[in-house]
Design a protein around this ligand. Sequence first.
Ligand code: A5A
Ligand code: ZN
Length: 480
Amino acid sequence: MRSRWASEFPRWFDWVLAEAGIYDYGRYPVKGMGVWLPYGFQIRRRVIELIRDVLDSSGHEEVLFPLLIPETLLRKESEHIRGFESEVYWVTMGGSEQLDVKLALRPTSETSISYMESFWIKSYRELPRKFYQIVSIFRYETKATRPLIRLREVTTFKEAHTVHESFEDADRQVAEAIELYKRIFDELGIPYVISKRPEWDKFAGALYTVAFDTVMPDGRVLQIGTAHHLGQNFTIPFDVKLQLRDESLDYAWQTSYGISDRIVATLIAVHGDDRGAVIPPHIAPVQVVIVPIPARSEEEWGRVKSYVARVEEVLKELRVRYRVDWRDDVRPGRKFYEWEARGVPVRIEVGPREAESNTLVVARRDTLTKDSIGLDELRDRLPSLFTDIFNNLRERAWKWLSSMVHRAESVEEARRLIGERRGIVELPWCGMEDCGKKLEELVDAGVLGSPLEKPEWIKGKRCPVCGRPAVTSVRLAKKY
Ligand code: A5A
Ligand code: ZN
């Protein structure tokens, strides 16, 4: 058994990805790139389905752009390229010929999408448009790469790109994006803190960035999603012009928002335990595993087998994704261990005793408790058991996050909290960049930003750096 906590977390995470058959990382001979294994791929697929449902049902249209972006396009917005310059993979050769224009493997798609929008969008009547794609992007990350958390090929990059007729509409779109992301994370039981990133840490080319952060079991913070107001920063250089209501011509306004493989990483990290993954029932590739317990005689075994068939009938009727682990060369204890590591939410054990008495032993993965129920109760109890498991996972994860958000009023206190407890520390703040940066240095942590609404508790409090009255709070954390 491994510990998921504190400094053990990175090792636990590597172990669970391998042990549960989710993601093979570190062996493929390109740094920062791994392989989705069959079991992991199914988890990923269900998460993607959830994302698609949420976006499709809110007027987003799925598209698919080319992977390659000509250098000329990528360089058009100066802040953007300044931000991404050092992370771009370039294609320079076609066979043995040098290419006239270098081609970038997209690090994100603002430039290619804006370029095409200049042909598509003519009038305010067509707006808003909300596009999205779920694709691979490439970033030559220089910070330590980690499986699913910091990749160089991000294989599950959901990027949405929207176009609007005014600043305010784009502003409202960022608010919608936040609501949609809340729904997505809520449906996975992933807890989050929402912050407006400080000026010095916004997306390259954005007017402002709002980010979702979560706290990993080691107390370090991971950014799991971002929404950006892009203003007219891309529509001006790409000439995305439209006719407005008063017949005048102006450049369009845009937003973009993205989530990545980190959503799967977080699902596994926040719900897991020392035995491995704990996958919420609606996402689990296998929702129920039946482990038949060996019998002493052929005759008894025959009764177990036909009893298992009766259990299967019920599971089929309920349309549950289940497996019967019939392997005869593996002992039940070993099977329990393996299915627990994979995070199967419910295990049903049936042996001679259960077959005799028409009962089942039902084990919950989240609480590791066992219960004996009648076969006739299964039909009624299983759906509510799934709901209970998910609610418990979500509650547990939120409790953990809340316990990791601390408040401090002085630099010393903040520094001690981050040093001893990790997580997020909130301080009153005057809002000045100088003080924010000074805090990063003094607290020895990174700034996440401020809450979207001015918090009540800072009333009458002062910025611990300059002593001026606080206008908001600032959050700091050790970041991934
Ligand atoms: N076009 C916009 C949406 C964009 O690219 N935004 S972003 O740079 O902030 O990326 C969106 C999200 O992808 C981030 O919030 C982060 O959760 C995730 N992400 C970024 N780089 C990543 C990497 N190297 N590996 C895994 N996830 C990454
Ligand atoms: Zn200050």
